[in-house]
Design a binder for this molecule. Structure first.
Ligand code: NDP
Length: 502
């Protein structure tokens, strides 16, 4: 069994835990369970590093972040192997994930100064004597808590942008992928050996909770909504702000004029890759009735060619043992309430592997449609038109991403989806483009990684204004005269008192 155990799991107060390969059950690493005191110590070191890192300025930081990028690129084979060992994804998918993470790192380093650096802004008519500027300053030390499913791309979405903004980072990787987290930190230390600017702490939820309560300026959290709520509660104790990148139940919509083959290809990759363990993965598909049969035949044909397994299989194991029960539960519920498996089904769950499963005729209120399944499963539903598709898509409490396939109306349909990002005629493209912000609404969280918003997420706006000459209208003084009051009154009428035309 590929379970995670604390070393000597029956002993109270174990100080290390084992990580097991989810495909084989073999122990692939043993890591410390850092205590709250050790977390506080790491944060104290990070404060030293933060002062030095901020003082380097944007250009010098960019140079060092680029050196880190090169370290990761050179070591990508080893890193990909580690990802496969710890969470099971195929090597080629691991390397693709690394490639995407490097794109974002490069963008953050190259654009931080332009986005966050000091710039002049215009004053108003009443404050013309002021020279105003805004800049974005780092919080100091940022805590990043990451999940296991994309153990490089996801945490680096926060870490790269937090570092580029001038913060030091203390990173708590998932208990399933601590080796990947430590590898990234070791690569950083080779590029930036001078100070503890990026550190990793390992352990379970308690270690993450200690980081939330430590002396940090912000938490960048990526994970489930249930844990996100705990993180927010812990952060509330010190009014520590949080970025919440949570789960999703993303849908793919296929309109009557869609390229059906391309839509089926996107659905099968979006639903099955990474064994379905993707926050932005396709879990639901809504298909216009005119192309429903054609789409389903193509989708099934593509999914039938896939196999979950070891070796060259394109789908790896399900990483978390407890997720198998959730996948099974969703299937059972769907099948007992009129759903049909046109591929896979309950028999497709074998040990830690789940073979591709396509469910149809699943009631909209079943867990397979409403809750995150996180397995290589899809529900496919026929809709009479795009209004019905959108109504169903937007009924979800989640709002992370979405995909639309339509030759003529893609943008118009995308505009009506309530989600942080939508890709038209391509799956997940918006998450891979470095200049586009990524994040969710509703149950999928708030705040953004990537793009200019992702940089600003790890900085606070600081406004400065300097009086260039005394104002002819001295406003904020007890010496203000009645003449000034009359002029202000007149200006208010002229500037703000005009009635809008009906
Ligand atoms: P979890 O919510 O279980 O865990 C996320 C992280 O939080 C882990 O590092 C975990 O540590 C840590 N943690 C657990 N308990 C606490 C606590 N009380 N205080 C602080 N930290 C804690 O998520 P998963 O790791 O299972 O990741 C899968 C989830 O992440 C899915 O819902 C997925 O959709 C979402 N996700 C969202 C993304 C996005 O961009 N919106 C991207 C990728 C994933 P430990 O592992 O040691 O328990």
């Amino acid at each position: 069994m590929a379970t995670r155990e604390r070393s000597g799991s029956s002993q109270v107060g174990a100080s290390t835990f084992d990580v097991r390969n989810p495909a084989t059950g073999a122990v692939v690493g043993t890591y410390p369970i850092h205590t709250a005191a050790e977390v506080d110590e790491a944060v104290a070191h990070a404060h030293q590093g933060a002062v030095w890192w901020e003082a380097l300025g944007f250009r010098e930081r960019a140079r060092r972040l680029n050196a880190w990028r090169a370290e990761i690129a050179w070591g990508r084979e080893e890193l990909a192997q580690l990802m496969r060992q710890e969470m099971g994804k195929p090597i080629s998918d691991a390397k693709l994930e690394i490639a995407m993470a490097l794109e974002h790192l490069a963008w953050a380093a190259a654009n931080a100064e332009q986005v966050l650096g000091r710039r002049s802004v215009a004053p108003s008519l009443l404050t013309l004597n002021q020279a105003c500027a805004v800049e974005y300053r780092p919080f100091g030390v940022v805590g990043v808590i990451g999940p296991w499913n994309y153990p490089v791309f996801t945490p680096l979405g926060s870490i790269s942008f937090a570092l580029a903004a001038g913060n030091a980072v203390v990173f708590k990787p998932s208990e399933f992928t601590p080796g990947v987290g430590k590898w990234l930190v070791a690569a950083f230390a080779r590029a930036v050996p001078e100070q503890p600017v990026l550190q990793a702490i390992t352990g379970f939820g308690e270690t993450g909770a200690a980081l939330c309560r430590a002396d940090i300026g912000k938490i960048g959290f990526t994970g489930s909504a249930a844990t996100g709520k705990k993180v927010m509660a812990a952060c509330a104790e010190n009014l520590t702000p949080v970025l919440m990148e949570l789960g999703g139940k993303d849908a793919l919509i296929v309109d009557a004029d869609a390229d059906v083959d391309a839509a089926a290809d996107a659905a099968v990759w979006g639903g099955m890759s990474n064994a379905g363990q993707t926050c932005l993965g396709v879990e639901r598909v809504y298909v216009h009735t005119d192309v429903y049969e054609e789409f389903l035949i193509e989708l099934r044909a593509l999914a039938m060619r896939l196999r979950a397994g070891t070796g060259a299989a394109k789908i790896g194991p399900v990483t978390m043992p407890k997720q198998l029960d959730i996948i099974r539960g969703h299937m059972k519920d769907a099948l007992s309430r009129g759903g049909r498996a046109v591929l896979g089904g309950l028999d497709s769950i074998d040990g830690h592997f789940v073979q591709p499963t396509i469910l149809v005729d699943v009631p909209e209120d079943s867990a397979a449609v409403t809750e995150e399944t996180f397995g290589p499963t899809l529900t496919v539903t026929r809709v009479r038109d795009m209004d019905e598709a959108l109504e169903r898509v937007n009924a979800s409490t989640y709002g992370l991403g979405g995909t639309v396939f339509s030759r003529r109306n893609g943008r118009a349909i995308a505009d009506r989806i309530r989600a942080g990002g939508v890709s038209v005629n391509a799956f997940v493209a918006h998450a891979t483009i470095p200049s586009l912000p990524l994040g969710g609404v509703g149950g999928s969280g708030f705040g953004r990684v990537h793009g200019p918003e992702g940089l600003k997420e790890f900085a606070y706006a600081k406004s400065t204004t300097q009086q260039r000459f005394p104002s002819p209208l001295a406003l904020t003084t007890f010496t203000r005269t009645e003449t000034v009051d009359r002029i202000v009154d007149l200006l208010v009428s002229v500037l703000h008192g005009r009635k809008a035309r009906r």
